[in-house]
Design a protein around this ligand. Sequence first.
Ligand SMILES: [Zn+2]
Length: 220
Amino acid sequence: MVDTSIFSSILEHYQGLLSVYTAVGIMAVVFIGKRLLLLIPAIRQTQALNKKACEERNTRSFYPRVQKRVRVWGLLTDVVIFALVLPFCLTLEAQPWWKMLLDIFAILMVYDFFYYLTHRFLFHDGPLGGPLIWVHAVHHQQRNPCRADSSYLHPLEPVLGLALYAATIAVLAALMGRFHVATIVITWVAFSEINLHNHDLMEEDRFPFKYLKYMSFMPK
Ligand SMILES: [Zn+2]
């Protein structure tokens, strides 16, 4: 007879519905947040600038093909993360606000530290670049990047980036306890928005947009 106790104990900890809530929460925050941000003229202008650059790039035959491939691989990785990783890391139990703030900070900082190491030692450093320079080289083909270029990638790159992000959440959840659904919604939106914004073309340089512009021009 097959011992089903391992499976039943895994199933006992599996919170699939919380993963669905998280996905819906992320989509709702992005949908509403985008509309609110576009009420600000400087953000509208930045969006128009990036849209124009993206339309121009889309006239090159290979550009939309590369983007489409990334969307497919990114989506498949997301499905795996939401189906197999997040259900073991989430809770809806009430938590104090400072614990949620601390969790958000920890997830983003730990991820960023490991992404820094990945970007530097797998993609860039070394006499011929890192061992995975051939993956990352696709991304650096774009000069003077615009927002759409954040997803101009070799298909392995979104898989690596998202897997690293999911691994950060899983390891930290094991160490710190399950994260609230709202914590993961906020960090997921922040993670993707930072990734998009650091490729933005941006002209607005006055307060309070100065740092946003600096972020978008920092070396990638
Ligand atoms: Zn790079």
